[in-house]
Write a protein that binds this ligand. Structure first.
Ligand code: SF4
Length: 332
């Protein structure tokens, strides 16, 4: 499959009064054409900082990409000047955020907001831009687009607002769509409709999607591949099947065990005890060691080697070392 985006050894820090926060610490992943890659993890694990770095939306200062490359069609986005980046943002790579109300301007009609982006990135007339906007509104399932075009954001329901935000993100036909917790602010039924819409749109226009979420239920429905992040690093990555049916990192297993199971009688929720490490001075060894029931002496002292269990499935954990005792690594 064709690689559309390559993130290589990305490091991002923030300068604060308390010192330097190492928010992203060597993240590497590829995104292939037409796939959905989900990046999952607890709040503060660095998943949103990673996605905002791809868009170069990290405010500098206090944030800074201190190392690494973000290659989009061979161009390193970390090296581009802001005017060049502005051409890519919204046109080749788009982003949608958690809360549709804050993403929309309450003082402008939906139509004005939609055509603004098209006119900025494409050499078309206002009439042509309106035609494109109406087509996209229709594609994302907005009924009576001509009528809705003249309305303001407050006249839309939460689900319809999120559809508009998706339409705005896709109207210039980007190759990459980054969706940061796109369904968190929506109720469960609307959430299901929006996830269905993602699948449908991907089939129709072939966009590659990076889905940022803490919700494994959402991931199970739409992701092709999953990267699990913890304390600024990807600790396990693999296909959806590999991560759900053969998770190998204790943190991934912890995440899966803390998802409510309605299909198993009497299933109990097992929380992950403890809290993530302080990223002002992250541990030199495995960041999960303080919370891991299998931690060994080496875990605190040396960061684990990356083990490849298949072409796609890799995990950073000392339990994969052939000299480690085999403890639990059977299927869930
Ligand atoms: Fe647990 Fe050690 Fe594996 Fe980290 S490296 S997850 S502490 S067993």
């Amino acid at each position: 499959m064709e690689k559309i985006l390559e993130v290589k050894d990305l490091h991002v820090t923030f300068q604060t009064y308390g010192g330097e926060v190492k928010a992203v610490r060597g993240v590497t992943f590829d995104l292939y054409k037409g796939e959905t890659l989900a990046i999952v993890g607890e709040s503060g694990c660095g998943k949103s900082v990673t996605s905002q770095s791809i868009m170069r939306l990290i405010p500098n200062p206090p944030g800074k990409i201190t190392n690494g490359q973000i290659l989009f069609k061979g161009r390193d986005l970390t090296k581009l000047k802001e005017p060049e980046m502005r051409k890519i943002r919204g046109s080749d790579i788009s982003m949608i955020f958690q809360d549709p109300m804050t993403a929309l301007n309450p003082t402008l009609t939906i139509g004005d907001q939609m055509i603004e982006g098209i006119l900025q990135h494409q050499h078309v007339t206002k009439e042509e831009a309106k035609k494109k906007a109406l087509e996209m509104m229709d594609l994302v399932g907005i009924p009576s687009p001509e009528f809705r075009f003249k309305q303001y954001p407050h006249q839309f329901s939460g689900g319809m607002r999120q559809r508009i935000v998706i339409a705005m993100a896709l109207v210039c036909q980007p190759e990459v769509l980054i969706a940061d917790e796109p369904t968190t602010a929506l109720d469960v039924t609307i959430q299901a409709q929006i996830l269905e819409l993602f699948k449908d749109i991907q089939k129709k226009i072939g966009v590659s999607i990076i889905l940022i979420t803490h919700d494994l239920g959402v991931v199970a429905q739409v992701a092709d591949r999953i990267a699990v992040m913890y304390a600024g690093k990807i600790v396990e990555s693999g296909s959806r099947r590999e991560i759900f049916y053969n998770p190998q990192h204790p943190y991934t297993r912890g995440l899966l065990n803390s998802v409510p199971r309605l299909d198993v009688d009497g299933a109990e929720l097992v929380p992950i005890n403890g809290s993530p490490p302080d990223l002002f001075s992250p541990p030199v060894g495995c960041s999960f060691a303080a919370r891991c029931e299998f931690a060994m002496e080496v875990c605190d002292k040396v960061y684990p080697f990356r083990t490849f269990l298949s072409q796609e499935h890799h995990v950073d954990c000392w339990l994969q070392d052939e000299r480690a005792q085999k403890l639990f690594l059977t299927k869930t």
